[in-house]
Ligand binder design. Sequence first.
Ligand SMILES: [Zn+2]
Length: 316
Amino acid sequence: MSNFAVGSLSAAAGTKTFGENVFDVAGQPYRLPMWVINGAADGPTLVVTAGVHAAEYASIAAALDLGRSLDANHLRGRVIVVPVMSLVSFTARSIYVNPLDGKNLNRVFPGDPHGTASQQIAHWVFENAIARADCYVDLHGGDLIEALVPFTIFFRSGNERVDAASLDLARTFGLEFIVSSETPGATFSAASKRGIPSIIAEAGGQGIWTREDVGQLATGIQRVLRHLKMIDGVASAQLPTTVLERFLWLRSEHDGFWYPAVSVGAVVRKGDDLGQVMDYEGRVLQRAISPSDGRVLFIVTSLAINNADPLLAVGC
Ligand SMILES: [Zn+2]
């Protein structure tokens, strides 16, 4: 068994290393904390990231639990855990975007070494970690102003082998709802295009990270590790899941005040009134009308709403 290295961090077989990889982003040193975990026996490589959106705390807490607890001596294969990809966003408690350039890090993958800060970060993580995975799980949740029902997302890349493996990964992870999404520049879609079975798993939101939310993500990772035979234990039977083929986002067309009319998780019918964007005096600027029968998977809970902000999404 050989050494396993990611950037400047390496781990001998049967050991794990925690540290920071430091590289240049927009002319400044950028610190990326991670665990490099090298199993005592051979097996696949799993990459787990969180903190792409760095105020989605249940996901970060679950990644920290994984890095702290995984025992390299009882691991077959290798695990890279990046618990907070955007440390600058974490420190700033920034919603949606990276303060270094105002971009959504989950829209710029696989990145560009000559691009803006977010593109450079994405490029480093993609080439040094994600591209080496046999399986990739990116942990998310509702942001500070979002509530959601737990769900996983996968991408239909057109490569049947990869897409079937991504769907299998989502079913193994075990959250009730699985959504097919085409989000350009997202971690999981860029990885799927590179031929790596990948999912995003989402739980928690509104800045709250309950034991239950963290536990759903932590349990999902353990289920994946057992399924890949990377840790001992009988692979758990797959839980009942519902696959939704479309992920329809409604966005605000105004600056104003957002009054949702439904709760997250609600079953809705096409044409239902899901909420209104109002002005100061209560005039309705926009009605959010359900584009389809389906399920409300996430909802923005902030009264303040800006033009082009998401309002909610319906999976169907
Ligand atoms: Zn997110």
